[in-house]
Design a protein around this ligand. Structure first.
Ligand SMILES: [Zn+2]
Length: 470
């Protein structure tokens, strides 16, 4: 058998009588190392592109300051920004030179609440579809995501590890992914997509397909929570996501319920902290938000039904708030009279109020979109960012979607999958860059039409789009 021949080659000719009885420990260790996933990864596709890229005559929005730089030149070498200067920078023969023509160079956008695996499929496909198909359509969406200028996403629920691995290895095109893995919930909670016929669950018994795929994980005690959290960390999760209360899209969780107990949430927080990373929770209501705060979570997703007292507490404790300016078509797209529509009608009016609180109390606020099950809505990712103009200046919105979101990503510590600084245009930072035809600090709507206005898109020093090529 081929694999057997391969093993013999690895371990040497089987001429010793010892073969079959024991392997020398060192050889066994190296064999096991070779069998581990990273060591067995195929070589990335050959990259024949230039070693360096020089952007000439660009005005820089650096991700932090509300103004553009003087006309500048930016040299990218490898995957980092090597030099920024208003003086000319020499280019050698291996350097791709891009004449920016005075356009704006800015950091790649970051979406802090994304579900890369749950955009293209229908909910039914998500639960019962072929795994290969689900990954391939997610790969197609990942390419679109990158070509919308989103060079990084924080994935807060979904079986995304394979897609991320393929993108990082260069076999698929897409953004950097900070994966949470399965959304962890309780029986009946937001994210429990089982059907009633799956009940009763036998503790320790076989998992349903959705759980096997890693879309969600059910945990009904602190011990089970620890298992589920550690399973995600073992697969490479950069942060952990739990649902602390009811949600709109789930079949069995009313909005008003609190799902996990405080000790259950604490078990997750402790397990994540032991791995040097953090827990973020889905929560709408004051009760869900308050138990999450009591358990010591680092970040709250949505929070749309919070009270003003909750907002003060979140600010005082320095907890992050990950908000999404959900477009109203998400709500109106749900059939009138459906349970989901009723729940959306309850939650959506809180969005504007929560943004007002976030501003009033200077809460650390991240930007995300939370698009689910809609390619058409995903195509509005930039437009959803532009809709922040309701509450923020263009500079404030763009700073949030670049350097501020990158600060949130840094909380993954050593579990962050990418070494280096994201969300800024600075010497030494990772080269995730957009060249924008126009000034987005004056006209935020430019980001709503990336096909037209983002003329160059670079991730990790590699050009994925360039309509100025010469
Ligand atoms: Zn979500």
């Amino acid at each position: 058998m081929r694999s057997c021949t391969w093993l013999k080659k690895v371990l040497g000719a089987p001429d010793s009588r010892a073969v079959g009885r024991f392997w020398p420990v060192a050889l066994l260790a190296s064999l096991l190392a070779m069998l581990s996933v990273p060591a067995m990864a195929q070589q990335a596709p050959a990259d024949a592109g230039p070693q360096a890229t020089l952007f000439q005559n660009v005005r820089i929005f650096d991700g932090k300051n509300a103004n553009l730089s003087a006309p500048s030149n930016v040299l990218v070498r490898g995957n980092t920004i090597e030099r920024i200067s208003t003086d000319a920078i020499a280019a050698d023969a291996n350097t791709l030179v891009i004449d920016g023509g005075g356009r704006t160079l800015m950091p790649g956008l970051i979406d802090a609440h994304w579900h890369a695996m749950f955009i293209r499929p229908t909910p039914a496909e998500m639960l019962t579809g072929n795994e290969g198909y689900l990954n391939l359509i997610a790969g197609d969406e990942a390419k679109d995501t990158l070509l919308r200028g989103f060079t990084t996403v924080r994935d807060v629920g979904g079986p995304v590890f394979g897609l991320k691995q393929a993108i990082d290895a260069g076999f698929a095109v897409g953004p950097r992914i900070y994966p949470a893995g399965a959304m962890i919930t309780v029986t009946s909670g937001h994210g429990d997509f089982r059907s009633l016929s799956d009940l009763p669950r036998q503790i320790g018994g076989p998992l349903t397909r959705g759980e096997q795929l890693g879309g969600y994980a059910i945990a009904d005690s602190p011990d089970e929570v620890r298992v589920r959290v550690r399973e995600q960390l073992m697969q490479g999760a950069s942060q952990i996501k739990l649902t602390a209360g009811g949600g709109v899209s789930s079949p069995f969780s009313p909005i008003d319920v609190v799902t996990f107990t405080v000790p259950e949430l604490q078990a997750a927080v402790e397990a994540a902290h032991n791995w040097g990373t953090y827990v973020t929770v889905h929560a709408f209501t004051p009760a869900a938000i308050e138990s999450a705060i009591a358990a010591g979570v680092t970040c709250i997703e949505h929070g749309f039904l919070m009270t003003e007292a909750d907002a003060k507490l979140i600010a005082q404790k320095g907890i992050w708030l990950s908000l999404q300016p959900l477009p109203d078509e998400m709500r109106t797209g749900m059939p009138v009279g459906s349970v989901q529509r009723e729940k959306a009608d309850e939650v959506f009016p809180g969005i504007a109020r929560t943004y007002e609180y976030a501003k009033k109390y200077k809460i650390k606020t991240a930007f995300g979109t939370d698009v689910l099950f809609s390619r058409a809505l995903a195509q509005q990712q930039g437009a959803i960012l532009a809709s922040l103009a309701r509450w923020y200046t263009p500079a404030e919105a763009l700073i949030m979607a670049t350097s501020t979101n990158a600060e949130l990503l840094k909380l993954s510590g050593k579990r962050a999958p990418y070494a280096g600084t994201l969300g800024v245009v600075e010497t030494g930072a990772l080269a995730d860059l957009l060249l924008v035809d126009g000034n987005p600090l004056q006209n935020l709507n430019l980001v709503a039409d990336p096909a037209r206005n983002f003329v160059v898109i670079m991730k990790d020093g590699k050009v994925y789009k360039n309509t100025l090529s010469r």
